[in-house]
Design a protein around this ligand. Structure first.
Ligand SMILES: Nc1ncnc2c1ncn2[C@@H]1O[C@H](COP(=O)(O)OP(=O)(O)O)[C@@H](O)[C@H]1O
Ligand SMILES: [Mg+2]
Length: 376
């Protein structure tokens, strides 16, 4: 070691971070690179709303962490800054996964207060929203973000049907719909009722996974805003980009940077080293698992808990244990199995069982330890 032993060490009031906030979940980035064509298609579809007409409906698809929510948010911000004649509302369907709760959010967006909790009928709720739109002469653009959750709960067709036929029941109401699906295995149109299919012909906008070069571009800017100069060297950033591209989810990279920074601070180091990144990755790689678990209901968690002890067993046997815990019937059980399968938490695969015909075996998609630790 040469010179001052304190050199390269952080004192208590110092930090590697210039602005840790840029690594937070709800941070909207100033620049949004590598999404020009998607932004153009979206704004083209929504443009009629600026002239007071009903915009084209849009179906946005792409895996998690490809910039879909950010694109909607940026566009809605731009529209809001440009005109008062358009009401934009983004509904998070992971949280609002029924038609009623989607419309409660729309009510809240239109009136700036929540609908009465005493429980007014859906018809009334909808009527008041439509009336308000007509009265204010505003076009409503609804983004159903992570709409795949509405499909998992069998609420997508009803929700879309109401939105798309609004102008028939409420003269003068103009509503455009953007659905955003994060489930690559879901074909939304195929899953809708035929009565909805006949009125829903959306423009398609696809968000592919970012390549490693694109990830590096995007994260470099985050590093510049978030860390002090010289904290993250190029080769360290390249490693982050590599791990991120492997996962396909840009969120992993952002989480990785933040955790690696914290690891460096833990060592009182002024620089983030490769090792800090590797250690951080042991946590960051479970980001999507954590997110999926977070959204589960009590009964859905109960099934996972049963599977922690009975990984790989037959659906019928697992049902008996699940039923003991929850007292739910087989139909509801099957729905929950399907949802966990769609979320990528379990694999439910048909197999021939001797003498018992075809049955599904239920296997956890992650190590039991990783799931258990994150179920709280
Ligand atoms: N082109 C981009 N430039 C900067 N940040 C981006 C870009 N694309 C995505 N992000 C960031 O990556 C994270 C995930 O993006 P998000 O829009 O939430 O993805 P999705 O909705 O497709 O899951 C967010 O923190 C967002 O700020
Ligand atoms: Mg999103």
């Amino acid at each position: 070691m040469t010179g001052d032993p304190e050199e390269g060490m952080l004192s208590w009031d110092e930090s590697v971070f210039r602005n840790e906030h840029v690594f937070e979940i709800d941070y909207v980035p100033e620049t949004f690179r590598h999404r020009d064509s998607q932004m153009q298609s979206l704004s083209y579809a929504l443009r009629p709303a600026v002239r007071g007409s009903r915009p084209l409906n849009v179906m946005v698809r792409g895996p998690p962490g490809t910039g879909k929510t950010t694109a909607i948010q940026k566009l809605f911000d731009e529209i809001g800054a440009q005109t008062r004649d358009i009401q934009t509302i983004r509904v998070n369907c992971q949280v609002n996964s029924t038609r009623y709760s989607v419309f409660s959010r729309l009510f809240e967006g239109c009136f700036d207060y929540e609908p009465p909790s005493s429980g007014i009928s859906f018809k009334k709720l909808f009527g008041q929203i439509a009336e308000k739109l007509v009265e204010d002469e505003r076009v409503l653009i609804v983004a159903l973000d992570d709409v795949n959750y509405l499909f998992y709960e069998n609420e997508a067709s009803d929700t879309l049907y109401s939105l798309l036929r609004a102008h028939e029941e409420h003269a003068g109401a103009k509503i455009g719909v953007v659905i955003v699906s994060s489930d690559p295995a879901l074909e939304p149109i195929d899953e809708l009722d035929t009565r909805v299919q006949s009125v829903f012909r959306p423009e398609d906008v696809y968000f592919p996974v970012y390549g490693q070069g694109e990830v590096a571009d995007i994260l470099r800017e985050r590093v510049e805003r978030g860390f002090h100069e010289g904290v993250v060297a190029t080769d360290v950033l390249d490693r982050v980009a590599e791990l991120t591209a492997e996962s396909g989810d840009l969120r992993v990279g952002i989480d990785l940077l933040r955790r690696a920074g914290l690891n460096a601070e833990m060592r009182a180091s002024r620089t983030v080293e490769r090792e800090d990144v590797e250690t951080a990755y042991e946590k960051s790689k479970y980001l999507s698992l954590s997110r999926s678990l977070h959204s589960l209901s009590e009964n859905e968690r109960a099934l996972l808990e049963v599977l922690l002890e009975h990984d790989g067993e037959q659906a019928g046997d697992v049902y008996d244990l699940f039923h003991e815990e929850t007292e739910l019937g087989y139909t509801r059980y099957s729905e929950i199995v399907n949802k966990l399968d769609q979320l990528g938490l379990i694999d439910a695969e048909y197999a021939e069982i001797d003498g018992r015909g075809r049955s599904r075996s239920l296997t956890l998609a992650y190590e039991a330890d990783a799931i258990e630790a994150r179920l709280e």
